[in-house]
Design a protein around this ligand. Structure first.
Ligand code: BJW
Ligand code: ZN
Length: 246
């Protein structure tokens, strides 16, 4: 059983308002690969320029679509893990604990979380690749190529944020407001390398919030965070949940 630092346990017992920011590491134990890990990360096998940019989709929509279908299949086969369940339990009252994720897998929602700010979109939505504004949710990975937009002549694309694209404005605003309202910001399972998401913990530090990082590996945030818990999220988050709820 993981023992958290005594001073962190004492802080948690005061029931601070929380904001939890998550990244791919939180879903790793559900069998969903991370991006930047040297052995198993998606970017060790695939080129982000060829799969996660608007240019890649324009040049080879079928290739990009096939890759996203495979990613949907992986997520469909996985189940929420102990970290997702703890986060969902912590956020039963969203006014006391706000959730912000970079993940597109929907696993927090499958664990029961109702209000999740998604900074990078969601794999289970697709939208018009042009500007007509059509968007739909899907439940199955789907077969074939990118479907035609029912509203115009374009194709549909995954409703995720690719490199070089702006994050959804409302989601960024909600993330900032989650941090502003929190006393403690928990940053779990992210390499803290992708901006603007990586700037959120830095802003929290500037605002004087207590920042707790959970990651088995060091990141650029680790030396600045108030607490760096070098443990998998599936162990650290249940331990934090116990102290906060009791
Ligand atoms: C565990 C664990 C366990 C493992 N428990 N932990 C130079 C400087 C600054 C910025 C830039 C720059 N050059 C370019 C940029 C901008 C760029 C960027 O930040 N690039 C950096 C890589 C340098 N950013 C953008 O382009 C963003 N847009 C933008 O800036 O727009 C500007 C604009 C404004 C106005 C108009 C137009 C434009 C968009 C970024 C979009 C990112 N998209 C992706 C793909 C989403 C869709 C999909 O999934 O396919 O988002 S990339 C990928 O990275 C994905 C993730 O959400 C994101 C973050 O990754 P994450 O979650 O941190 O995963 P990993 O793999 O990096 O880390 C996992 C961690 O978990 C590791 O640390 C492990 O140790 C840990 N771990 N097991 C706990 N059990
Ligand atoms: Zn359209």
């Amino acid at each position: 059983m993981l023992t958290l630092p005594v001073s962190l346990l004492a802080l948690l017992a005061e029931r601070p308002k929380l904001a939890i920011l998550t990244g791919a590491g939180v879903s790793a134990e559900s069998g969903v690969p991370t991006f930047r890990e040297a052995q198993h990360g998606l970017w060790a096998q695939f080129s982000p320029q060829e799969l996660a940019t608007p240019e890649a989709f324009a040049n080879n929509p079928q290739r990009v679509w096939d890759w996203y279908r495979w990613r949907r299949e992986l997520v469909q086969q996985g189940q929420p893990n102990a970290a997702h369940h703890s986060i969902a339990a912590l956020a039963v009252q969203p006014s006391q604990c706000a959730l912000v994720t970079q993940n597109v897998d929907g696993l927090l929602q499958r664990a029961g979380a109702v209000e999740v700010t998604e900074l990078h979109g969601n794999l289970w939505r697709q939208r018009c690749a042009k500007t007509c504004g059509y968007v739909e949710t899907v439940e199955q990975p789907g077969a074939g190529g990118p479907p035609p937009c029912p509203n115009c002549t374009a194709q549909l694309r995954p409703d995720v944020v690719w490199f070089g694209e702006a994050l959804p404005e409302q989601a960024l605003q909600d993330a900032m407001s989650a941090i502003t309202q929190a006393d403690m910001v928990i940053v779990a399972g992210t390499s803290n390398l992708v901006y603007p998401a990586a700037s959120l913990p830095l802003q929290a530090l500037k605002m004087g919030k207590t920042v707790v990082e959970i990651n088995p590996e060091q990141t650029p945030l680790s030396s600045q965070a108030d607490y760096f818990i070098a443990t998998p999220a599936s162990e650290a988050l249940p331990a934090m949940q116990n102290s906060w709820l009791n």
